[in-house]
Design a protein around this ligand. Structure first.
Ligand SMILES: [Zn+2]
Length: 401
């Protein structure tokens, strides 16, 4: 009988697999190189040798957590407009007053590449310290070719500074820069004909996103961005129906969007379109909380139409200065009434789907990357229940601690 040769094995663990295997009590997880070679009960283990054996003492193992929507790279911060918000100014009022995104654009343009990387690292470390092994980072604070390229280069560079999988998203259609003088169509020309080709030439983006909203871009303008993205075979995702229901998600479905994000105001027709396209609903309770929105995303509609739900930090300086995915989990449960299981799947397998990477990451399954987190918790609910406690015991990325 052949004997399996594992590089390492973790025994006496409870596994939240985020796969059809569900929860496995008295589980074992073994790796060969950077891949999972066994995930199941200890009783079913084949005969094996392992170079290293770890006793988890009953701790829980989950897939490495995935934050599938962030704006982690940016210049400056917006602590100065925080009190304006507290005094009741809305997202739209701050944007119209020349604050908001425009002030971050100015700071990001003025910040050199190396400084952008340096300033993003401590934020990235907040996530890594909570067991995150994959994080998505968007551009969108440059709004000119040079700075959009710089932001995406910074995002790519971060992956060389830390053991973490980073996916990048070009979000040139995030806001209108001041120099566009209100001409959104001409700016979309620039996004499609100059920025995107420059970014594709240097392979800086894994997907393309846009902000489809009254204060962002119309459905027709967003469609042009998506057509350009598809010309370069880049998948798309969308900031949609955050402040109103423009029907962005229905249009995005025509392009088989990986995800529609925010979607507090989406209606049933939009949810059905997402279901048909296989788009993931990426819910961002940090932004909902921080800008004190009243409209919650229709979680029951996503359930009814089997639209997978993900949760993400939306880490950004304006509407969600959120540096904790564990707090995001708690908010998904307390603010959006998601179940513990939904919350955990929302930052593992469903977040992987939102990034188009579910074949490789997001669950504990043989053949997937050995990205996982070991937690000092008795009950898996603790990951969602506690506020301000980080129970991470160990984080494994591509088979390495
Ligand atoms: Zn966002």
């Amino acid at each position: 009988m052949s004997v399996a040769q594992y590089d390492a094995i973790w025994l006496n663990a409870r596994l939240f697999t985020a796969s059809h295997h569900g929860i496995i009590e008295d589980g074992a997880l073994a790796i060969i190189g950077d891949k999972i070679a066994y995930c199941g009960t200890r009783a079913d283990l084949p005969p094996y040798n392992a170079s290293q054996t770890y006793d988890c003492a009953g701790r829980w193992i989950t897939p490495g957590l995935i934050d599938c929507h962030t704006h982690l790279v940016f210049g400056g911060n917006r602590a100065n407009e925080f009190e304006m918000r507290l005094n009741g100014a809305t997202y739209e009022q701050i944007a119209k007053a020349g604050g908001g995104i425009v002030s971050t654009v100015k700071a990001t343009r003025e910040t050199p590449l190396e400084t952008l990387i340096e300033q993003a690292l401590p934020r990235l470390d907040c996530f890594i310290n909570e067991g995150i092994t994959t994080i998505e980072i968007k551009s969108g604070y440059g709004l000119d070719t040079k700075t959009e390229v710089k932001m995406l280069k910074a995002a790519r560079a971060l992956a060389k500074k830390r053991g973490v999988n980073i996916t990048t998203t070009f979000l040139g259609a995030h806001a209108l820069p001041l120099e566009a003088n209100g001409d959104k169509d001409a700016y979309i020309d620039l996004v499609c004909n100059e920025m995107l080709p420059a970014i594709v030439a240097e392979c800086l983006a894994d997907s393309v996103d846009a902000f489809c909203e009254g204060i962002g871009f119309s459905v027709a303008q967003t469609r042009r961005v998506f057509e350009a993205a598809h010309k370069y075979n880049l998948p798309v995702k969308l900031h949609a129906e955050q402040l109103s229901n423009l029907g962005g998600a229905i249009m995005a479905a025509e392009f088989n969007a990986q995800s529609c994000d925010h979607i507090e105001y989406i209606d049933e027709a939009g949810v059905k379109a997402m279901a048909g396209a296989g788009s993931v609903a990426v819910l961002l309770p940090g932004a909902y909380y921080f800008i004190r929105e009243k409209q919650k995303p229709p979680v029951s509609l996503f359930r009814a139409h089997n639209v997978p739900m993900a949760l993400a930090s939306d880490c950004n300086p304006g509407s969600s200065p959120m540096l904790s995915l564990l707090l995001t989990l708690n908010m998904g449960a307390t603010l959006f009434s998601m179940t513990v299981q939904e919350c955990l799947e929302a930052v593992t397998i469903n977040a992987a789907k939102a990034l188009g990477q579910a074949a490789h990451i997001g669950s504990l399954e043989t053949g997937k990357f050995a990205d996982f987190a070991i937690w000092n918790v008795e009950n898996i609910n603790e990951l969602v229940y506690f506020i301000g406690r980080n129970p991470l015991h160990q984080r494994i990325f591509r088979g390495k601690a």
